[in-house]
Design a protein around this ligand. Sequence first.
Ligand code: ZN
Length: 385
Amino acid sequence: MTTLITNIGSLLTNDPELGTLTDAAIVLDGDTVAWVGSAASAPDADQRVDAEGRAVIPGFVDSHSHLVFAGDRTAEFNARMSGQSYTAGGIRTTVAATRAAGDEQLDANVRRYFAEMLRQGTTTVEVKSGYGLTVEDEARALRIAGAHTQETTYLGAHVVAPEFAEDPAGYVALVTGEMLDACAPYARYVDVFCERGAFDGDQARAILTAGAARGLTPRVHANQLTQGPGVQLAVELGAASADHCTHLSDEDVKALADARETTVATLLPGAEFSTRAVYPDARRLIDAGATVALSTDCNPGSSFTSSMPFCIAVAVRDMGMTPDEAVVAATLGGARALRRTDVGHLAPGARADLALLDAPSHVHLAYRPGVPLVSAVWQGGARAC
Ligand SMILES: [Zn+2]
Protein backbone atom coordinates (compact mmCIF):
# COMPACT_ATOMS: atom_id res chain seq x y z
CA MET A 1 0.00 0.00 0.00
CA THR A 2 1.43 3.39 -1.04
CA THR A 3 0.18 6.81 0.08
CA LEU A 4 0.84 10.09 -1.71
CA ILE A 5 0.54 13.23 0.43
CA THR A 6 0.59 16.12 -1.98
CA ASN A 7 0.03 19.86 -2.13
CA ILE A 8 2.25 20.30 0.95
CA GLY A 9 2.89 24.01 1.45
CA SER A 10 6.10 23.43 3.39
CA LEU A 11 7.85 20.10 3.94
CA LEU A 12 10.59 20.07 6.57
CA THR A 13 12.77 17.09 5.67
CA ASN A 14 15.78 17.63 8.00
CA ASP A 15 17.75 16.14 5.12
CA PRO A 16 20.94 18.06 4.28
CA GLU A 17 20.32 17.71 0.52
CA LEU A 18 16.55 18.25 0.44
CA GLY A 19 16.15 20.97 3.09
CA THR A 20 12.69 22.51 3.42
CA LEU A 21 10.61 22.06 0.25
CA THR A 22 7.64 24.15 -0.84
CA ASP A 23 4.79 22.90 -3.08
CA ALA A 24 5.99 19.44 -2.15
CA ALA A 25 4.78 15.86 -2.00
CA ILE A 26 5.85 12.70 -0.21
CA VAL A 27 5.12 9.06 -0.96
CA LEU A 28 4.91 6.46 1.81
CA ASP A 29 5.37 2.78 0.90
CA GLY A 30 4.53 0.48 3.78
CA ASP A 31 6.37 1.82 6.82
CA THR A 32 8.99 3.70 4.78
CA VAL A 33 9.31 6.98 2.91
CA ALA A 34 9.63 6.04 -0.76
CA TRP A 35 9.85 9.41 -2.49
CA VAL A 36 10.11 13.14 -1.64
CA GLY A 37 10.00 16.04 -4.07
CA SER A 38 7.97 18.59 -5.97
CA ALA A 39 4.18 18.02 -6.05
CA ALA A 40 4.24 18.60 -9.82
CA SER A 41 6.47 15.57 -10.42
CA ALA A 42 5.06 13.21 -7.78
CA PRO A 43 4.44 9.60 -8.81
CA ASP A 44 1.04 7.93 -8.45
CA ALA A 45 0.09 5.98 -5.34
CA ASP A 46 -2.70 3.73 -4.07
CA GLN A 47 -4.19 6.53 -2.04
CA ARG A 48 -3.87 10.28 -2.19
CA VAL A 49 -4.09 12.88 0.59
CA ASP A 50 -4.40 16.59 -0.25
CA ALA A 51 -2.51 18.65 2.35
CA GLU A 52 -4.18 21.82 1.01
CA GLY A 53 -1.04 23.91 1.37
CA ARG A 54 -0.34 22.94 4.96
CA ALA A 55 3.03 22.00 6.49
CA VAL A 56 4.42 18.51 7.06
CA ILE A 57 7.23 17.74 9.52
CA PRO A 58 8.93 14.55 10.72
CA GLY A 59 7.18 13.04 13.75
CA PHE A 60 8.61 14.35 17.01
CA VAL A 61 11.20 12.17 18.75
CA ASP A 62 10.72 12.55 22.50
CA SER A 63 13.98 11.14 23.83
CA HIS A 64 13.38 11.57 27.59
CA SER A 65 10.28 10.58 29.55
CA HIS A 66 9.28 8.82 32.75
CA LEU A 67 5.90 7.32 31.90
CA VAL A 68 5.76 4.19 34.05
CA PHE A 69 4.21 5.66 37.18
CA ALA A 70 1.03 5.76 39.21
CA GLY A 71 -0.57 8.53 41.19
CA ASP A 72 -0.05 12.22 40.65
CA ARG A 73 1.60 15.13 42.45
CA THR A 74 -0.94 17.88 42.04
CA ALA A 75 -0.56 18.91 45.69
CA GLU A 76 3.23 19.19 45.37
CA PHE A 77 2.90 21.29 42.21
CA ASN A 78 0.33 23.47 43.89
CA ALA A 79 2.61 23.96 46.91
CA ARG A 80 5.58 24.73 44.67
CA MET A 81 3.62 27.32 42.73
CA SER A 82 2.72 28.75 46.14
CA GLY A 83 6.37 29.30 46.98
CA GLN A 84 8.08 26.01 47.96
CA SER A 85 11.21 24.91 46.07
CA TYR A 86 11.79 21.70 44.06
CA THR A 87 14.08 18.97 45.37
CA ALA A 88 14.79 15.45 44.14
CA GLY A 89 12.96 14.03 47.20
CA GLY A 90 9.46 14.30 45.72
CA ILE A 91 10.30 11.34 43.47
CA ARG A 92 9.74 9.06 46.50
CA THR A 93 6.04 10.00 46.54
CA THR A 94 5.63 8.53 43.06
CA VAL A 95 7.75 5.51 44.00
CA ALA A 96 5.28 4.58 46.75
CA ALA A 97 2.27 4.96 44.42
CA THR A 98 3.96 3.04 41.59
CA ARG A 99 4.97 0.10 43.80
CA ALA A 100 1.37 -0.16 45.02
CA ALA A 101 -0.10 -0.19 41.50
CA GLY A 102 -0.92 -3.32 39.50
CA ASP A 103 0.67 -4.09 36.13
CA GLU A 104 -2.55 -3.33 34.28
CA GLN A 105 -2.84 0.10 35.86
CA LEU A 106 0.76 0.99 34.94
CA ASP A 107 0.28 -0.32 31.42
CA ALA A 108 -2.93 1.67 31.01
CA ASN A 109 -1.09 4.81 32.14
CA VAL A 110 1.69 4.32 29.57
CA ARG A 111 -0.90 3.65 26.87
CA ARG A 112 -2.78 6.83 27.80
CA TYR A 113 0.28 9.08 27.62
CA PHE A 114 1.50 7.48 24.40
CA ALA A 115 -1.88 8.25 22.83
CA GLU A 116 -1.72 11.80 24.19
CA MET A 117 1.76 12.23 22.69
CA LEU A 118 0.74 10.78 19.34
CA ARG A 119 -2.11 13.28 19.04
CA GLN A 120 0.52 16.01 19.47
CA GLY A 121 2.75 14.61 16.73
CA THR A 122 5.18 12.45 18.72
CA THR A 123 5.94 9.16 16.97
CA THR A 124 9.01 7.94 18.90
CA VAL A 125 9.20 7.95 22.70
CA GLU A 126 11.93 6.91 25.10
CA VAL A 127 10.70 5.70 28.51
CA LYS A 128 12.70 5.28 31.71
CA SER A 129 12.12 3.15 34.76
CA GLY A 130 12.96 4.77 38.09
CA TYR A 131 9.78 4.75 40.17
CA GLY A 132 10.20 1.16 41.37
CA LEU A 133 13.65 1.15 42.99
CA THR A 134 13.46 -2.54 43.87
CA VAL A 135 14.74 -5.37 41.68
CA GLU A 136 11.22 -6.57 40.85
CA ASP A 137 9.64 -3.11 40.41
CA GLU A 138 12.38 -1.77 38.13
CA ALA A 139 12.29 -4.87 35.93
CA ARG A 140 8.49 -4.67 35.84
CA ALA A 141 8.60 -1.01 34.74
CA LEU A 142 10.95 -1.83 31.87
CA ARG A 143 8.89 -4.81 30.81
CA ILE A 144 5.77 -2.64 30.69
CA ALA A 145 7.55 0.17 28.83
CA GLY A 146 9.01 -2.35 26.39
CA ALA A 147 5.53 -3.35 25.27
CA HIS A 148 5.13 0.18 23.87
CA THR A 149 8.60 1.26 22.72
CA GLN A 150 12.01 -0.17 21.94
CA GLU A 151 13.59 2.92 23.56
CA THR A 152 13.73 1.81 27.19
CA THR A 153 16.12 3.12 29.81
CA TYR A 154 17.10 1.53 33.12
CA LEU A 155 17.00 4.29 35.75
CA GLY A 156 17.27 2.31 38.97
CA ALA A 157 19.54 5.21 39.99
CA HIS A 158 16.78 7.83 39.97
CA VAL A 159 17.11 8.42 43.72
CA VAL A 160 18.36 6.18 46.53
CA ALA A 161 15.49 3.83 47.43
CA PRO A 162 13.88 4.76 50.77
CA GLU A 163 14.94 1.40 52.27
CA PHE A 164 18.58 2.39 51.69
CA ALA A 165 18.36 5.95 53.04
CA GLU A 166 21.10 5.17 55.57
CA ASP A 167 23.11 3.01 53.15
CA PRO A 168 23.51 4.67 49.75
CA ALA A 169 26.57 2.53 48.97
CA GLY A 170 24.42 -0.55 49.49
CA TYR A 171 21.88 0.82 47.04
CA VAL A 172 24.55 1.50 44.41
CA ALA A 173 25.70 -2.11 44.87
CA LEU A 174 22.14 -3.29 44.23
CA VAL A 175 21.73 -1.03 41.17
CA THR A 176 25.01 -2.27 39.69
CA GLY A 177 24.39 -5.90 40.70
CA GLU A 178 21.18 -7.82 41.12
CA MET A 179 18.92 -5.01 39.82
CA LEU A 180 21.05 -4.56 36.71
CA ASP A 181 20.93 -8.31 36.07
CA ALA A 182 17.14 -8.23 36.22
CA CYS A 183 16.75 -5.08 34.11
CA ALA A 184 19.42 -5.32 31.41
CA PRO A 185 17.40 -7.74 29.23
CA TYR A 186 14.58 -5.18 28.98
CA ALA A 187 16.63 -1.99 28.53
CA ARG A 188 18.60 -0.31 25.78
CA TYR A 189 20.15 2.43 27.93
CA VAL A 190 21.33 3.03 31.49
CA ASP A 191 20.73 6.40 33.13
CA VAL A 192 21.53 8.05 36.48
CA PHE A 193 20.32 11.22 38.21
CA CYS A 194 23.70 12.78 38.95
CA GLU A 195 22.78 15.57 41.35
CA ARG A 196 23.06 16.73 44.92
CA GLY A 197 20.45 14.71 46.83
CA ALA A 198 20.63 11.86 44.29
CA PHE A 199 23.95 10.32 43.10
CA ASP A 200 27.42 11.92 43.12
CA GLY A 201 30.01 11.65 40.35
CA ASP A 202 31.71 8.50 41.68
CA GLN A 203 28.42 6.70 42.21
CA ALA A 204 27.17 7.76 38.79
CA ARG A 205 30.38 6.53 37.15
CA ALA A 206 30.05 3.13 38.85
CA ILE A 207 26.41 2.78 37.73
CA LEU A 208 26.98 3.86 34.12
CA THR A 209 30.11 1.75 33.77
CA ALA A 210 28.34 -1.34 35.10
CA GLY A 211 25.45 -0.75 32.70
CA ALA A 212 27.80 -0.24 29.75
CA ALA A 213 29.53 -3.52 30.59
CA ARG A 214 26.15 -5.19 30.10
CA GLY A 215 25.70 -3.57 26.70
CA LEU A 216 23.52 -0.64 27.78
CA THR A 217 24.31 2.77 26.30
CA PRO A 218 24.76 5.45 29.00
CA ARG A 219 22.72 8.64 29.28
CA VAL A 220 22.87 11.04 32.23
CA HIS A 221 20.53 13.39 34.10
CA ALA A 222 23.23 16.05 34.28
CA ASN A 223 23.56 19.56 35.71
CA GLN A 224 19.84 20.11 36.24
CA LEU A 225 19.72 21.82 39.63
CA THR A 226 23.39 22.68 40.16
CA GLN A 227 26.73 22.62 38.34
CA GLY A 228 28.18 19.17 38.90
CA PRO A 229 30.18 16.38 37.30
CA GLY A 230 27.29 14.96 35.20
CA VAL A 231 28.10 16.54 31.83
CA GLN A 232 31.83 15.75 32.00
CA LEU A 233 31.04 12.19 32.99
CA ALA A 234 28.54 11.79 30.14
CA VAL A 235 31.10 13.00 27.61
CA GLU A 236 33.93 10.93 29.07
CA LEU A 237 31.86 7.74 28.97
CA GLY A 238 30.54 8.41 25.46
CA ALA A 239 26.94 8.72 26.64
CA ALA A 240 24.25 9.17 24.00
CA SER A 241 23.01 12.26 25.81
CA ALA A 242 23.51 14.57 28.75
CA ASP A 243 20.02 15.63 29.76
CA HIS A 244 18.91 18.94 31.31
CA CYS A 245 22.25 20.85 30.95
CA THR A 246 20.76 23.79 32.83
CA HIS A 247 23.80 24.80 34.92
CA LEU A 248 26.89 24.56 32.73
CA SER A 249 30.45 25.84 33.16
CA ASP A 250 32.42 26.98 30.12
CA GLU A 251 34.29 23.65 30.33
CA ASP A 252 30.99 21.75 30.21
CA VAL A 253 29.89 23.64 27.09
CA LYS A 254 33.23 22.99 25.42
CA ALA A 255 33.07 19.29 26.31
CA LEU A 256 29.60 18.98 24.75
CA ALA A 257 30.73 20.89 21.65
CA ASP A 258 33.78 18.63 21.24
CA ALA A 259 31.51 15.56 21.68
CA ARG A 260 28.89 16.80 19.18
CA GLU A 261 29.04 13.55 17.18
CA THR A 262 28.60 11.36 20.25
CA THR A 263 26.80 13.07 23.14
CA VAL A 264 23.70 15.17 22.56
CA ALA A 265 22.77 17.98 24.95
CA THR A 266 19.09 17.26 25.60
CA LEU A 267 17.20 20.25 26.99
CA LEU A 268 13.97 19.75 28.91
CA PRO A 269 12.25 23.12 29.29
CA GLY A 270 9.12 21.57 30.80
CA ALA A 271 11.14 20.95 33.96
CA GLU A 272 12.21 24.56 34.37
CA PHE A 273 8.72 25.76 33.44
CA SER A 274 7.07 23.52 36.03
CA THR A 275 9.56 24.28 38.77
CA ARG A 276 9.79 28.01 37.99
CA ALA A 277 13.52 27.64 37.44
CA VAL A 278 15.95 29.35 35.08
CA TYR A 279 15.95 27.80 31.58
CA PRO A 280 19.03 26.20 30.01
CA ASP A 281 20.85 28.45 27.52
CA ALA A 282 20.36 26.69 24.21
CA ARG A 283 21.96 29.58 22.29
CA ARG A 284 25.24 29.16 24.18
CA LEU A 285 25.34 25.43 23.37
CA ILE A 286 24.42 25.85 19.70
CA ASP A 287 26.87 28.71 19.17
CA ALA A 288 29.62 26.54 20.71
CA GLY A 289 28.75 23.74 18.26
CA ALA A 290 26.98 21.23 20.50
CA THR A 291 24.21 18.98 19.16
CA VAL A 292 20.97 19.92 20.93
CA ALA A 293 17.74 17.97 21.40
CA LEU A 294 14.45 19.04 22.97
CA SER A 295 12.32 16.65 24.97
CA THR A 296 9.39 16.78 27.39
CA ASP A 297 10.86 14.90 30.41
CA CYS A 298 7.21 13.92 30.91
CA ASN A 299 6.81 12.83 34.54
CA PRO A 300 4.27 13.53 37.27
CA GLY A 301 6.61 15.56 39.47
CA SER A 302 8.76 18.12 37.71
CA SER A 303 7.39 18.28 34.14
CA PHE A 304 3.93 16.91 33.55
CA THR A 305 3.69 17.90 29.90
CA SER A 306 3.61 15.46 26.99
CA SER A 307 3.72 18.26 24.42
CA MET A 308 6.71 18.73 22.14
CA PRO A 309 5.07 21.82 20.56
CA PHE A 310 4.96 23.36 24.03
CA CYS A 311 8.68 22.66 24.50
CA ILE A 312 9.42 24.19 21.10
CA ALA A 313 7.50 27.35 21.96
CA VAL A 314 9.33 27.78 25.28
CA ALA A 315 12.72 27.04 23.69
CA VAL A 316 12.15 29.76 21.11
CA ARG A 317 10.71 32.28 23.54
CA ASP A 318 13.10 31.79 26.46
CA MET A 319 16.13 29.72 25.47
CA GLY A 320 17.42 31.65 22.48
CA MET A 321 16.56 29.08 19.81
CA THR A 322 15.27 30.05 16.39
CA PRO A 323 12.03 28.32 15.35
CA ASP A 324 13.98 26.21 12.82
CA GLU A 325 16.51 25.13 15.44
CA ALA A 326 13.81 24.21 17.94
CA VAL A 327 11.81 22.06 15.51
CA VAL A 328 14.98 20.34 14.31
CA ALA A 329 16.00 19.70 17.94
CA ALA A 330 12.58 18.15 18.64
CA THR A 331 12.83 15.79 15.67
CA LEU A 332 16.35 15.13 14.34
CA GLY A 333 17.95 16.11 17.67
CA GLY A 334 15.86 13.54 19.53
CA ALA A 335 16.77 10.91 16.95
CA ARG A 336 20.47 11.70 17.45
CA ALA A 337 19.99 11.41 21.21
CA LEU A 338 18.57 7.92 20.68
CA ARG A 339 21.20 7.09 18.03
CA ARG A 340 18.44 6.42 15.53
CA THR A 341 19.10 7.15 11.87
CA ASP A 342 15.67 6.02 10.63
CA VAL A 343 13.55 8.68 12.38
CA GLY A 344 13.67 12.47 12.81
CA HIS A 345 13.99 13.16 9.09
CA LEU A 346 11.98 12.58 5.90
CA ALA A 347 13.95 11.27 2.95
CA PRO A 348 13.68 8.07 0.90
CA GLY A 349 14.45 5.14 3.18
CA ALA A 350 13.45 6.90 6.40
CA ARG A 351 10.67 5.55 8.56
CA ALA A 352 7.31 7.02 7.50
CA ASP A 353 6.65 8.94 10.74
CA LEU A 354 5.27 12.41 10.05
CA ALA A 355 2.83 15.05 11.21
CA LEU A 356 0.57 17.30 9.18
CA LEU A 357 0.14 20.74 10.78
CA ASP A 358 -2.91 22.91 10.51
CA ALA A 359 -0.55 25.74 9.54
CA PRO A 360 1.43 26.78 6.46
CA SER A 361 4.84 26.42 8.17
CA HIS A 362 6.53 24.63 11.08
CA VAL A 363 7.39 28.09 12.43
CA HIS A 364 3.78 28.26 13.62
CA LEU A 365 4.65 25.69 16.31
CA ALA A 366 6.42 28.55 18.12
CA TYR A 367 4.41 31.42 16.65
CA ARG A 368 1.09 29.99 17.88
CA PRO A 369 1.95 28.62 21.35
CA GLY A 370 -0.62 26.40 23.02
CA VAL A 371 -2.65 25.90 19.84
CA PRO A 372 -3.19 22.23 18.84
CA LEU A 373 -1.77 22.51 15.33
CA VAL A 374 -1.11 18.81 14.68
CA SER A 375 -4.04 17.71 12.52
CA ALA A 376 -2.92 14.26 11.33
CA VAL A 377 -0.11 11.83 12.15
CA TRP A 378 1.34 8.88 10.22
CA GLN A 379 3.34 6.37 12.21
CA GLY A 380 5.19 3.65 10.34
CA GLY A 381 3.28 4.68 7.23
CA ALA A 382 -0.16 4.18 8.81
CA ARG A 383 -2.53 6.99 9.65
CA ALA A 384 -2.36 6.98 13.48
CA CYS A 385 -4.63 9.93 14.21
ZN1 ZN B 1 14.18 12.94 33.65
